[in-house]
Structures are given as C-alpha cells and as structure tokens.
Design a protein around this ligand. Structure first.
Ligand code: 3H9
Length: 702
C-alpha cells in the first residue's frame, strides 16, 4: 500500500503526520494509516486531542488520482471521514501546505482547522472532470453558504489561507511552526473543555439559502458560458442544491456519491486526468537529467517590440525579471511600449491588477534602440519578422554584443534554429522559444532544440518557461515544429471542403461544436485575410498560381474584406463586435469559385467535415512522433490544448485519436486518399504500424 501516517503522542495530544511524498495524496496506505491512527488516539485515555498534519510541502493534495479507474484497496475515504467526524476528542487539522480536493475534505471533517499563512486550500476536482466526492459539496455550503461554495467549487481555484480564514473555512492562520501552533491550539481547546465540532451539524447558512433559485441560476449561467461542454459543473450544482434544499445531510451525501460516480465514469474525467499527468510529463526530457545545471537568468532582452515582442516583454516583466526591449527606431519603440502600457491599464481597469502593479511592471521594462544595451542580459529572445536571412544577420549581431554565457533564443514559428545558431560563436547557447499570440496570455511555449544546443541550454529554457508561467514543451527543429506543422493539413482541408460543397459557416460550426474556441474561417478573419494576399501580390504570384484553397480569401480581399480588422471578411462584424454574422455574399463567392475550378458541389456531412479537418492533425502527429520532433504523444496533446484551443475535455488530439480507434482513423484516411488523392491522404507509417500491431498512441507513452 502506498503512503503512510506516522503516529506520535506529545503529552496529551496525538500527532498524526501524513507521509506520501511528494504531495501526500490519499493513497491506500494513507487511508489505512488515518483509520488506524484515529482509532488508536481514541482508544488511548492519555490522549485528549488529535492534530493531523502533512509531511513536507503539502497537507494533502487530494485523492490519489492514479488510483482512479483501478480497484480501491484499504478503507474508503468516506469511512475514514465518518470516523473522524464521530470522534469526541477534538481534532485539529494543521494545514501546513496545499490542502486540495480530498485533502480539504479531510480537513472539513476535523472539528477545527488552522493553517500556515502560505498554505492554499481548494477543491480543484472540476479541473479533472470530477466533483468533490468526499462530502465537500455538502460541508462547504454549510460552512460558507451556497453562493460562495459554488464559486469555490466551480472555479476550483486555490484560495490562500488568509482568504480562507476570511471565508470561514479555516479558524486561525498561525505564524511560525504550524505543528507546534496546532498542538498549542488543541491543548487550549482541551483546557476550555471544547468537544469536537461537526460541520454537518451547521444548518443556518443552508437554511438561509433554501429556495433561493437565483443562486443556482447564476451558477448555471456562469458554467454555460465559461465551462461550455463540461459534464462535471452541472453535477456540482445539483449536489450543492441537494445540500441547500434538505436538512438530511446523509441524503445529500448519497446524491454527491451518485453524481461523483457519474463523473468518474464519464470519458471527460479520463481525458482531463490524462492532461493533468501529461502537463507534468512534458517537463521530463529523457536524456536531460532533472538535476542538470541551469544558467542563472536574472535579466532578459527582447529584440522587437511588435505584437510578439511586446507580449514576450510583458511575460518577463510579469515574472519580475527586468527586461530590455530593442526596436529599430524611437517611433516603433514608443508605439510598442505604448501598447504594453495600454494592455496593463486594461487589466487594471478590469480589477486584475492594481495601478501600483502596473507601475512596478512598467518599471521592469527598459526600451532601447541601441543593440549594445542588450549586452547585460542573461537571455535574449529575438522576435522580429519571419525571414531567415534577416534572422541570421540579427543573431550575428546579437552574438557580438551579448555577454559571454548569455543565451540567445528565437521566437520563430517555423524557421531553422540551426542556421541561426551556426551564425554565432555560441551555438551551444542557442535554442528556439516559440511563444503563441498573445504571448502574455497563451500558456504554451515550444522550446525548440536544434542540433547544437547544450543540455544546460534546453534545461534553462524549459525552466524559464515555468518561471514565465508557461507550459513548456520540447520540440525538434523541423519546419513548423510541432503545432504549426500539424495545423497546415487542418487549414488546407477546411479550404478544400468549402470548395467541394460546405460553407465556411458549416465548417466553423462543426469545429466549434467539437469544442474548439473558433473554427478555421473565424480564425482566418481574426488573423487577417490580407496577410497572405499581400505577400502573394508582393511576390508577383499569378492568379492561376494561387493555391486553390486561398482563392476565396483572395477574392474577399479584392473586395476589401480583410477580416475582423475592417469589419468584413468571411463574416460581417457589426460596429465594434467580435461576433461575426454569416453573409450570403460570401457563400456566392465560394460557389462561384467552385464553378470556376470545375468542382461540382455536393452536400458534405458534418461527420466528414470533422474527420477531414482533424485526421490530418493525427496523421501528421504520427509523423512528428516517428521523426522524434515530439518526444511523446502527450507532448502533442499539451501543445494543441494550450496553443490551439483543442478541448481539454477530449484530452488532446492524440488521446482523442486513441478513443476513436486508430484502425477506424486509418480506414478513413485510406478512403479519403481514394476519393481526394493520396498526395494529401497518405497514412503515416507509424499509424499503419500501430494498427497492424493492435496498439494505440498511448503505448508509446513510455
Ligand atoms: C479528489 O480529491 C477527489 C475527492 O474529492 C473525492 C475522492 C473520493 N494524486 O504538480 P507537481 C503527483 S481528486 C496522485 O509536479 P507541485 C504529480 O503527478 C484530486 N499524484 O507538484 C507529480 O508526480 P511526478 C484533487 C499526484 O508542487 C508529483 O505529485 N486534487 C497528485 O507543482 C508532484 O506534483 C487535485 O486535483 C494526486 N492528487 O504542485 C490536486 N497530485 O513527480 C492535484 C500531485 O511523478 N495536484 N501528484 O510527475 C496539484 O494540483 C499539484 O500537484 C499540487 C503540487 C499543487 C498539489
């Protein structure tokens, strides 16, 4: 059995210390230890109170997620909690560190809760497609009322101890040694003749909320807009409704147990837990040991203060790292810094930061037009436009001004990192750091490993990603790396499908229905249709040489429909609106283009739209794995969820592919090959191999 609980008696207090490194989840051994420890303390007449705490940095991180789906060993958590709650000797939970999920639910079954100032508490089960299934949905509303409890459980966000005290979740925040403080607190309870308390017996808060339908209507509205397509939120709301609408605590608990089981058996739970582990897995690089020495990054430089450079500059400032940003001239610099300031001001006006914080962050940013000012930076990120010759020149110049040992990184989204590295005298210190737009918001960072970077450089870039609050995924140095390389087949198919009979609106609606934040044509409108059109004009591409999938976009540009930026693209955007409305004129243009190309339009089913858009992602993903551009399938999943909005509820494209059945996908790819040409639809050898061996992508997880 995994994990243990140490038992120690200090005077009249029994101290139970949960020990299951690194974060003390409630594995079988912990549950058994809790059960045994509480019984022992109850049976010992010399013990007058019990203190429960965690060893190391956490109190309890929750249920052991890796046990879900398997056979449970040892006593159930429910049995342990019932035992704690029925004990007459006061129990004090000494929350030394993170108390999440089942961990907080354990604390809610102690009569008293004290916490270290730095300890966060939370019920983050919703992020795993679950609900608090050990009484959290019943006890928390009794403690803090339904509205606050719903907000707490539906967001799943951590709540710092002082805030938890203000809410009434913890009784005291204790400075200094939390165990000593909790023991003193317990002794005082004994001295005062206090018995154990039971949250389940507190009724006045839920009674006050009874029949207040507005609370639940508001929660449903919030869940519908912010947690669209997720199964668990409605289950959570129903549990809290049960807590509020009846005096019968055990009946509420039974409802919670039933809804928890529904969530546990729901495919979203498996997908979201896959993401939880995948997020941790991507940090592990097989040939780079965890203890690899990293470079000390205290200051940063950024080349370019446009959309990407400005966003990257904000990332450094947000992480408290002083950053110098370089632009070509004063005008461009002023414009770039102005955009950064405006972005911060907007955040302040929405209450997301104070004006002092805006000043602090702006204070960390220094603008310059002189490259030599980057000379003291420990890392310099280049974020200029995508032209390999210009980038190579820039790297040569940066190499000349950067101090010895400074790392140089490129934000390129597809160009060859080796070419840039080899233009410098420090190729071992060069790698890619590909941010996603808007860089200050998007969580993904592709760290690109060329053939020259040292292990220390890659380890530093990965660690820096974490400091910048990103999820860093390592990618090999191939055109488009992981994300953009996979995307090309998706957008090409979308372009072909509309010429064959679908409308852009049908395609977008299918893709959005699947859970993506926007479809390919909404995305094109957002990015701007004119970018490709202008580039083709500049390069003198003849109309007949324009790829057929770009013909509609080019026609729209000829009509000055550039996308969201001027209110008209594939969609029409009423004044100031970002929500586009379909336009019959666009459908006519699409139909006319099909006719010009001699394509007979036909009805295309939603199912075909979905498969033709997503199967190229899977097929290319298989090639990327074969070539070692991504280390594991889960790395691809993390890239797509955090960089492209792939729904976490289906676990990322490779996880989703396994669930569809790789044999089914292979059969469809072959069929599409027969219908639409094998140039687009040739199965990746790895896909064929896995199907032949009866395996799926998860078998490559290692
Ligand atoms: C629940 O409680 C259901 C109940 O309501 C009902 C039950 C009936 N289980 O994140 P880190 C591993 S659902 C198993 O890198 P940090 C993690 O995989 C649960 N393993 O550290 C990693 O392993 P490795 C509700 C877990 O300091 C290692 O521990 N609770 C669990 O950055 C270190 O993790 C949650 O959702 C777990 N519960 O962050 C909390 N938690 O080293 C989930 C972690 O092999 N956990 N591991 O890669 C977290 O949010 C963070 O891990 C935490 C620590 C904040 C605790």
């Amino acid at each position: 059995m995994k994990g243990t609980v140490h038992y120690e008696v200090r005077g009249n207090v029994a101290l139970l210390t949960i020990d299951n490194p690194p974060v003390n989840p409630l594995s079988s051994g912990v549950r058994a230890g809790l059960d045994e420890g509480v019984k022992k303390a109850v049976a010992d007449d010399a013990v007058e109170a019990i203190v429960l705490t965690g060893a190391g940095r956490a109190f309890i991180a929750g249920a052991d997620i890796s046990e879900f789906g398997g056979e449970a060993k040892g006593p159930s958590l429910g049995d342990c909690l019932e035992l704690m709650e029925s004990t007459e000797k006061p129990i004090v939970a000494a929350i030394n560190g993170t108390a999440f999920g089942g961990g907080l639910e354990v604390a809610l079954c102690a009569g008293y809760r004290v916490a270290a100032p730095s300890a966060p508490v939370g019920l983050p089960e919703v992020k795993l497609g679950l609900l608090p299934g050990a009484g959290g949905t019943q006890r928390l509303p009794r403690l803090i009322g339904a509205e606050k409890a719903l907000n707490f459980i539906l967001t799943g966000n951590p709540c710092p101890a002082p805030e938890a005290k203000a809410l009434g979740i913890v009784d005291e925040v204790i400075e200094g040694d939390i165990v000593d403080g909790a023991i003193a607190y317990a002794r005082q309870l004994v001295a005062d003749g206090k018995a154990n308390r039971r949250v389940r017996d507190i009724t006045y808060k839920v009674e006050a909320d009874r029949d207040n339908d507005e609370i639940f209507a508001a929660a449903r509205k919030m869940a519908a807009s912010r947690m669209k397509g997720q199964f668990a939120p409605e289950m959570i709301i129903q549990c809290v409704e049960a807590a509020v609408n009846s005096d019968n605590f055990d009946a509420g608990l039974a409802i919670e147990r039933e809804r928890f089981t529904q969530c546990l058996n729901h495919p979203q739970r498996e997908a979201m837990i896959h993401i939880f582990f995948a997020e941790r897995e991507v940090a592990k690089i097989p040939d780079i040991p965890k203890d690899t020495q990293v470079h000390n990054v205290q200051t940063a430089g950024v080349v370019g203060c446009g959309t990407m450079g400005g966003g990257i500059t904000m990332c450094f400032a947000n992480a408290g790292i002083p950053v110098t940003v370089l632009e070509m001239d004063d005008k461009a610099l002023e414009r770039g810094l102005g955009v950064i300031k405006r972005n911060y001001d907007i955040q302040a006006s929405r209450g997301r930061m104070t004006t002092e914080e805006v000043d602090t962050r702006m204070g960390l940013i220094t603008g310059t037009t002189n490259m030599e000012d980057l000379g003291q930076a420990d890392v310099i990120v280049e974020a200029i436009y995508e032209n390999i010759d210009v980038k190579v020149e820039t790297f040569k110049k940066l190499d000349a001004v950067a101090k010895p040992g400074a790392m140089l990184a490129s934000n390129t989204s597809y160009l060859d990192i080796d070419k840039m590295a080899n233009a410098t005298s420090r190729p071992e210190l060069v790698c890619g750091m590909h941010f996603f737009s808007p860089a200050n918001i998007m969580r993904l960072l592709e760290v690109v490993r060329g053939s020259t970077a040292s292990k220390e450089t890659i380890a530093t870039a990965m660690q820096l990603g974490k400091r910048l609050n990103k999820i860093a995924v390592l990618a090999g140095n191939a055109d488009g790396f992981i994300g953009n390389r996979m995307l090309s087949g998706y957008t090409r198919q979308a372009g072909e499908i509309i010429l064959q009979g679908a409308t852009p609106y049908q395609v977008d609606s299918v893709i959005q229905g699947f859970g993506m934040p926007m479809g390919p044509f909404q995305m094109a409108d957002l990015v701007g249709l004119d970018l490709g059109w202008r580039a083709r004009k500049l390069n003198g591409v003849k109309p007949e040489d324009v790829p057929i999938t770009a013909r509609v976009a080019d026609k729209l540009c000829e009509l000055e429909r550039f996308g969201q930026k001027n209110g008209r693209g594939y969609y029409i955007y009423p004044e100031g609106s970002r929500a586009g409305q379909p336009d019959p004129e666009v459908v006519e243009i699409v139909e006319q283009t099909s006719a010009e190309l001699g394509i007979t339009r036909r009805e295309i089913s939603d199912e075909e739209v979905l498969k033709r858009c997503f199967y190229p992602l899977i097929n290319e993903g298989a090639r990327i794995l074969e070539e070692g551009i991504a280390i594991r399938p889960c790395d691809i999943d993390i890239v797509y969820i955090n960089g492209y909005g792939f729904p976490a509820t289906v676990g990322g494209p490779m996880f989703w592919a396994d669930k569809q059945g790789l044999d089914n996908i292979l059969a469809d790819i072959k069929r599409f090959g027969e219908e639409y040409g094998t140039d687009r639809w040739t199965p990746a050898p790895l896909l064929e191999k896995l199907v032949a061996e009866g395996k799926n992508f998860s078998s490559l997880q290692g």
